[in-house]
Design a protein around this ligand. Structure first.
Ligand code: DGL
Length: 270
């Protein structure tokens, strides 16, 4: 079982922010990634639709005998937190690991949370933070234009459109004086430089992908599921639409050539 892959899914490219950190933290693990590029974005869809898509994504990974499923998607983690009960293998979303880090790191108790509209409407991050510490003030902001920017490769910190959209969404959080911002959608770490430029160096940006990767390692260790082989693992990537665009942006983000490394599947079969 411990040589089986870790299964990771997202609506598109966002979950690569978790994969990038998994490759660093657990280089000997095998990874199977599924990006639902044919149905992205999830963040403005209904709860029922998001749940149905998440089950199909997880089923595809389970068919590939993964030892753990990671929903590297803030939206799925927020609106379908009960997925764990039905999968039969260890599971994590991104909300809890990210909240633990924010609670630990914020000095002034003012935390900003940015995410998709579905995530922000669910108040998932705010509720988890206030359950642990009711005195923390949590300021929430949905950023529906961030995912299409990332999926279209418009991510350069010097791009005028990126700068304008970042300012539009981040200005109220800046005025509120938050010292920590949770990047509560896994697509957003891909825009981290631009968001950091606007918020300034004194504001800590918490990468939900990174926190989730570190938490995944902890779960595998606790359950005795770590792959103990010495050499590097193998990462396989699947999408539900044409792979070209995914390969291009993934190459940039993972800093490795992904050309012809991504396969298309029919997710409706799962
Ligand atoms: N990356 C996902 C998230 O964390 C999904 C974004 C979307 O598809 O709207 O929310």
């Amino acid at each position: 079982m411990n040589t089986n892959a870790i299964g990771v899914f997202d609506s598109g490219l966002g979950g690569l922010s978790a994969v990038k950190q998994m490759l660093k933290a657990m280089p000997n693990e095998n990874i199977i990634y599924f990006g639902d590029t044919g149905r992205v974005p999830y963040g403005n869809r209904s709860k029922d639709t998001i749940r149905k898509y998440a089950m199909q994504d997880a089923n595809f990974l389970l068919k590939n005998n993964v030892k753990m499923v990671v929903a590297a998607c803030g939206t799925v983690s927020s609106v379908a937190p009960d997925l764990e009960d039905v999968l039969g293998v260890p599971y994590t979303g991104v909300v809890l690991p990210t909240c633990f880090t924010a609670l630990r790191e914020s000095k002034n108790g003012k935390i900003g949370v940015i995410g998709t509209t579905a995530t922000i409407n669910s108040h998932s991050y705010k509720e988890r933070i206030n359950e642990k510490n009711p005195s923390f003030q949590v300021f929430e902001q949905d950023c529906p234009l961030f995912v299409p920017l990332v999926e279209n490769g418009i991510i350069d910190r010097n791009d005028e459109i990126v700068k304008l959209v970042v300012e539009k969404y981040m200005k109220d959080l800046k005025v509120a004086g938050v010292d920590t911002v949770i990047l509560g959608c896994t697509h957003y770490p891909i825009l981290k430089e631009a968001i950091g430029d606007f918020m300034g160096e004194n504001v800590l940006l918490i990468d939900s992908g990174k926190e989730t990767a570190l938490y995944t390692k902890k779960v595998l260790e606790e359950k005795g599921l770590i792959n103990e082989r010495a050499n590097n693992g193998n990462a396989q990537f699947f999408v539900s639409d044409t792979p070209d665009n995914f390969e291009k942006i993934a190459s940039l983000f993972l800093s490795k050539d992904m050309k012809n490394k991504v396969s298309r599947i029919n997710i409706e079969e799962y």
